[in-house]
Design a protein around this ligand. Structure first.
Ligand SMILES: CC(C)(COP(=O)(O)OP(=O)(O)OC[C@H]1O[C@@H](n2cnc3c(N)ncnc32)[C@H](O)[C@@H]1OP(=O)(O)O)[C@@H](O)C(=O)NCCC(=O)NCCS
Length: 175
């Protein structure tokens, strides 16, 4: 707990103010038919922690607008202790990109955790009526935060361009 006054609405916030980790031990309830962990279980943890980060950064409700580049690098096994780390990479006017990294280690061994998945999600901050509301800008604090912010801008440009191109194609009624 700290005794500093929270920033006023709209005041920029550093990345560390909302960075969050969620940890969970995988059990038989999380298994798929192959006996490893179901990808959807990991996706839910990713969405959960990213939502917490978006809510903390924006100071209120935020909804998932999109999830992209969800990559599974290694299978997650029953008995793995999974850590899901998330931070705000970039902020727009009412939306935020949250980057998520998933690490796994055996629950009862002191071996180093390895990365098993990653994802990028866009959250929109919303008011009581579900309408987008402005978010504070995020202030990168390290070179790594700055690199992530620059990469998020590239993904944002591609997302908008892809959306516009598909919309244009549909409006032309080619297919
Ligand atoms: C996300 C949502 C609030 C956007 O509402 P909208 O009326 O389209 O509003 P806007 O077009 O102004 O978009 C708001 C922001 O979200 C961003 N956004 C909207 N859709 C997006 C998408 N598919 N991908 C990336 N960003 C998106 C916009 O770029 C904008 O960001 P900016 O203000 O930083 O530039 C609305 O589509 C919604 O409520 N979706 C359902 C969300 C939900 O319920 N998620 C949980 C599913 S169970």
């Amino acid at each position: 707990m700290n005794d500093q006054a929270p920033p006023a609405a709209g005041e920029a916030k550093p990345t560390s103010a909302s960075r969050t980790t969620l940890s969970h031990i995988m059990t038989a309830n999380d298994a798929n038919l192959l006996g490893t962990v179901h990808g959807g279980v990991i996706m839910k943890l990713v969405d959960d922690v990213a939502g917490a980060v978006a809510g903390r950064h924006s100071g209120g409700p935020a909804v998932t607008a999109s999830m992209d580049e969800m990559v599974f690098l290694e299978p997650v096994r029953i008995g793995d202790l999974v850590h899901v780390l998330a931070q705000v990479n970039w902020t727009g006017r009412t939306s935020m990109e949250v980057g998520v990294r998933v690490m796994a280690e055996r629950w009862n061994e002191s071996t180093p955790a390895k990365q098993v998945a990653s994802a990028y999600l866009v959250f929109a901050a919303v008011d009581d009526l579900g309408r987008p509301r402005p978010v504070p800008q995020v202030v990168p604090e390290t070179e790594r935060d700055e690199r992530r912010s620059q990469e998020a801008r590239i993904r944002r440009t591609h997302r908008l361009a892809r959306r516009r191109a598909i919309k244009d194609l549909r409006e032309r009624g080619d297919g």
